[in-house]
Design a protein around this ligand. Structure first.
Ligand code: ZN
Length: 168
């Protein structure tokens, strides 16, 4: 299992909601945490479509907590904040994205229990970024000008992304 990158059509599909949380789902999330840790650079969030599986699930890991959210839905959004984002599926590329500063999200956890999370700051940003993946949206979709993208040394913009800006 590996992370798929910009241009792979799976990243553009709407992820299917998950009907039953079985052993395969638990194993998948274990594997996703592993990938997130071993990937260079490391990520703080990873959605199932990014490993080629188009189902509504993502994992995240911040300094003090990790979580798995299944069939997540944003109930409330408050405020607006621009912050730099990157994505394991668009490696080495970063850009500014406006997100809600605070959100309320409902989802199932790995035990199938319905949970509600109040998140703000970086956690709110990660969750919004990952939920976008489940809708086939990538952070670069919010960038209106190619010059706003930062490209880390040793990386280049994916061809498909360059094309998108040309077609604007
Ligand atoms: Zn991403």
């Amino acid at each position: 299992m590996k992370v798929i990158t910009y241009g792979n059509p799976v990243l553009r599909k709407k992820a299917k909601s998950i009907k039953s949380i079985d052993k395969d789902i638990v194993n998948l999330t274990d594997e996703m945490f592993k990938i997130m840790h071993t990937n260079v650079p490391q990520g703080i969030g990873l959605a199932a479509p990014q490993v080629g599986i188009s189902i509504a699930l993502f994992v995240y890991e911040l300094d003090d907590e990790r979580g798995v959210l299944i069939n997540p839905k944003i109930l409330e959004k408050k405020g607006k904040e621009i912050g730099e984002e990157g994505c394991l599926s668009v490696p080495g590329i970063f850009g500014p994205v406006a997100r809600a500063e605070e959100i309320v999200v409902t989802a199932l956890n790995l035990k199938g229990k319905k949970i509600t999370i109040n998140a703000k700051g970086l956690k709110a940003r990660v969750i919004q970024h990952e939920i976008d993946h489940l809708k086939g949206i990538l952070f670069t979709d919010y960038i209106d000008d190619i010059s706003k993208l930062e490209i880390e040394e040793g990386y280049e913009l994916p061809d498909k992304l360059v094309e998108r800006f040309k077609n604007q």
